[in-house]
Design a protein around this ligand. Structure first.
Ligand code: SF4
Ligand code: SF4
Length: 402
């Protein structure tokens, strides 16, 4: 079966759904060329504005201000997720226009997504118009960067006005609106943005946190000259939250295509995000940690998965898991499962007994050979013993009639 990794987003074809989000290196034309040459389907350029930074050193200057860290404890080499403290400064519009021109000349089959920020009518209109004229495939207007952008995102009237100006300036170029996925009142936001002419949404979940504390000198991480601060946390740890957030936007999306940023680290995460409604996936921390070559694993992993499932294209997966979600009170109560043990595989380690006893269910007993037996009347089917069993396939949950 021929597999098509290509996807259609806002009426545009993408060679694959994998997008490099705006990283410090996406301010550097030569590095973006490397991303495209390696096989990434699209790149989001660093946000631009009328008063952005100019000059060939822009990307480098911004890079220094965006303080990344990647381990809670460098001494012990314990690695956690990527975090950062400051956002990049917007890039000058003329710099972005030049980059778009050169990239579209050389990589006509890839998609260049131009990020933008604005703070007033003039800026939203002018920046989107010039990005459209420069040849951007999509314009991503970012309402998630600083307190000023968030104030707009949290005020429906302001957001509608801003989205209308961007839409008007962008003419025929599709417009994505980027929002923190944690915003409340999602249904009203989607309706407002659709009315304002937005073509798609980019959502992300990046909570602030302190990743740990050095127990020797008491300084919380990251240690910046013996000082620390709350950081934006990204990376693999955010995947469950991103999936949850995506499910909520996906369910009320009213046909607005969704792009998601953050939380995906490998091909499997990618498939899960697509199943939950995302048509495009922006990679940020994963690229910084795993490098440009990550795209090979993403493409081959998703390709093999589709082939195994006999599904011919990525587009056919979008949102497939959404219909399975419901409210807690609507979960079926007639279904009952209990734990079961495969005696041939059991090593008599006793983990299942310890877990179930510790929880207070007392549904597992061990005989004098330490062979576990399940009391079906006491078992509530939470599956924690299955997770605790070290032997793959030894424990399972089986459905029984009530
Ligand atoms: S599923 Fe839960 S209640 Fe049942 S045996 Fe396992 S741990 Fe105990
Ligand atoms: S945890 Fe698994 S292997 Fe260990 S006693 Fe229980 S069933 Fe057997």
């Amino acid at each position: 079966m021929e597999i098509n990794l290509g996807t259609n987003f806002c009426g545009l074809s993408f060679p694959n759904p994998f997008v490099v989000s705006h990283l410090p290196p996406t301010g550097d034309l030569e590095i973006i060329k490397q991303y495209f040459t390696a096989g990434w389907g699209a790149v989001v350029l660093q946000p631009t504005s009328l008063n952005g930074e100019t000059g060939p050193k822009t990307a480098g200057a911004s890079r220094q201000r965006m303080l990344y860290y990647r381990g809670v404890d460098c001494e012990e080499k314990r690695m956690t997720d990527l975090g950062w403290i400051e956002v990049l400064q917007p890039v000058a519009l003329e710099v972005t226009e030049r980059m778009i021109g050169e990239l579209k000349d050389r990589f006509s089959d890839r998609r260049v997504i131009a990020g933008m920020v604005g703070s007033n009518r003039d800026e939203w209109l002018k920046v989107s118009r010039r990005l459209s004229q420069a040849g951007a495939d999509l314009i991503e207007c970012d309402f998630s960067r600083g307190p000023q952008d968030l104030a707009v995102a949290e005020d429906l009237k302001q957001m509608e006005r801003a989205a209308r100006y961007v839409r008007e300036g962008a003419r025929n170029t599709p417009v994505m609106i980027k929002l923190p996925g944690s915003l409340k009142d999602r249904a009203a936001i989607v309706e407002t943005l659709k009315d304002a002419g937005a073509d798609s949404l980019t959502v992300y979940y990046e909570p602030k946190g302190i990743p740990g504390i050095n127990l020797t000198n008491f300084v919380p991480f990251p240690n910046v000259g013996q000082k620390s601060t709350l950081c934006v946390m990204g990376g693999a740890a955010t995947k469950p939250y991103t999936l949850g957030m995506l499910s909520e936007w996906g369910r009320i999306g009213q046909g607005l295509p969704l792009c998601v940023q953050g939380g995906a680290y490998n091909w499997r995460d990618s498939v899960e995000f697509i199943l939950m409604g995302a048509s495009l996936l922006q990679f940020h921390g994963a690229v910084l940690q795993r490098g440009i070559g990550l795209i090979d694993e993403l493409k081959s992993g998703v390709n093999d998965y589709l082939a195994e499932k006999m599904i011919s294209s990525v587009d056919k997966l979008v949102g497939k898991s959404l219909p399975f979600l419901t409210e807690p009170e609507q979960l079926p109560r007639s279904v009952r499962v209990v734990a079961a043990v495969d005696d041939k595989l059991c090593t008599r380690c006793g983990n299942c007994f310890r877990v179930c006893s510790g929880l207070g269910y007392q549904a597992i007993s061990l005989n004098n050979q330490r062979k576990p037996a399940i009391d079906k009347k006491k078992c509530v089917g939470d599956g924690l013993c299955v997770a605790a069993c070290p032997v793959v396939g030894c424990m399972s949950l089986r459905r029984i009639s009530k």
